[in-house]
Design a protein around this ligand. Structure first.
Ligand SMILES: NC(=O)c1ccc[n+]([C@@H]2O[C@H](COP(=O)([O-])OP(=O)(O)OC[C@H]3O[C@@H](n4cnc5c(N)ncnc54)[C@H](OP(=O)(O)O)[C@@H]3O)[C@@H](O)[C@H]2O)c1
Length: 305
């Protein structure tokens, strides 16, 4: 019997987790269809591995997603074994200071483009004997890491979409797997933290910045993460959720067992939000001393705890 080639389509292979997932799938004999906004960015990868092929994909462009579906259908003869939605973008701004346009971009890349990719590739996955959709999610679906609410919300939306998709595709023998990712060393934070001049959050900006970059620096090495994930994805039976990356299992335990009031208390202390309460008191004190009411409604912020 002729063994059919296995194909894995992986988005966002220019860097980080995507590059390593491509290498790990390729090492296991899978033909990897790797995407990047510009195929030139994948030259090193495709020159090193003969079973990694490059395809262009810009997730903000609906036409680009459709062109990818057409190109993949031609290349694979109309079937696909793995669709790995890895590409993602980060935006670090607080709820009070975020630019709505930037939050929309985050949702476009992290959620809506994933919905469209799934929709377009389900017919190809159905032609595999066991198609698998893999979503690279995040522990921030459960943990309200401050200064990145839009990103957290996008990963929570992705997670709930994934849970629904899993049920809807069960009758068609397509597995839908969420990789609940902890800290992994990568360049995801390259946009830095956004804070406009006069932001009420400036007193903790440096603390949060250090925490985020330190978390990333101490994260799991991308190769180790990818090897573990691909090994689980290639096995005959796999779990609906795979928790991987630094702190993933600790977080799973904490959010699974601690009551919300205690989690909130821990987060409040961890992110040192109490400093904002002090800063606000000082601001109010000096405003009273000078008898000049603060015209900015944002001065009403009271925090919690
Ligand atoms: N690193 C972590 O600790 C961590 C934790 C939880 C979840 N994750 C998730 O893991 C996934 C991979 O992230 P990473 O850590 O490996 O970071 P990364 O190195 O920044 O990789 C993100 C990839 O997505 C691509 N991408 C972003 N916007 C795109 C768009 N509009 N169109 C096409 N491609 C786009 C990027 O391409 P360009 O380089 O061209 O922008 C890049 O290749 C993301 O979904 C992220 O949310 C990461």
């Amino acid at each position: 019997m002729v063994q059919q080639t296995s194909f894995a389509l992986i988005t966002g292979c220019r860097s980080g987790i995507g590059t390593q997932l491509a290498i790990c799938f390729a090492a296991r004999g899978v033909t990897v269809l790797a995407t990047a906004r510009c195929v030139d960015h994948l030259q090193e990868l495709t020159s090193q591995y003969k079973n990694i092929e490059a395809f262009p994909l810009e997730l903000g462009d609906a036409g680009s997603i459709e062109r990818l579906r057409d190109a993949v259908a031609i290349r694979t003869g109309g079937h696909l074994d793995f669709l790995v939605n890895n590409a993602g973008t980060h935006y670090a701004a607080t709820a009070m200071d975020l630019e709505l346009e930037e939050a929309v971009k985050v949702f476009q890349v992290n959620v809506f483009s994933v919905m469209r990719l799934c929709q377009l590739f389900i017919p190809l996955l159905r032609r595999s004997h066991r198609g698998r959709i893999v979503q690279i999610g995040s522990v921030t679906r459960d943990v309200p890491v401050v200064w990145q609410c839009a990103y957290n919300a996008s990963k929570a939306a992705l997670s709930q979409y994934t849970k629904t998709l899993r049920l809807e595709l069960a009758p068609f023998n397509i597995d839908v797997i969420e990789i609940v990712t902890g800290f992994v060393r990568s360049n995801i934070l390259h946009h830095g933290l956004v804070a406009p001049e006069g932001s009420f959050y400036l007193p903790i900006k440096e603390i949060i910045e250090t925490m985020k970059y330190q978390g990333n620096k101490n994260g799991m090495e991308t190769g180790t993460y990818a090897r573990s994930v691909v090994e689980k994805l290639m096995s005959k039976r796999t779990h609906s959720e795979i928790w991987e990356g630094n702190m993933a299992w600790t977080i799973r335990f904490l959010v699974g067992f601690l009551p919300l009031w205690l989690l909130n208390w821990l987060y409040y202390r961890k992110f040192q939000l109490g400093r904002l309460r002090c800063a606000q008191k000082q601001r109010k004190g000096s405003a009273t001393a000078h008898s000049t009411p603060d015209p900015d409604s944002r001065a009403k912020f009271s925090g919690f705890g």
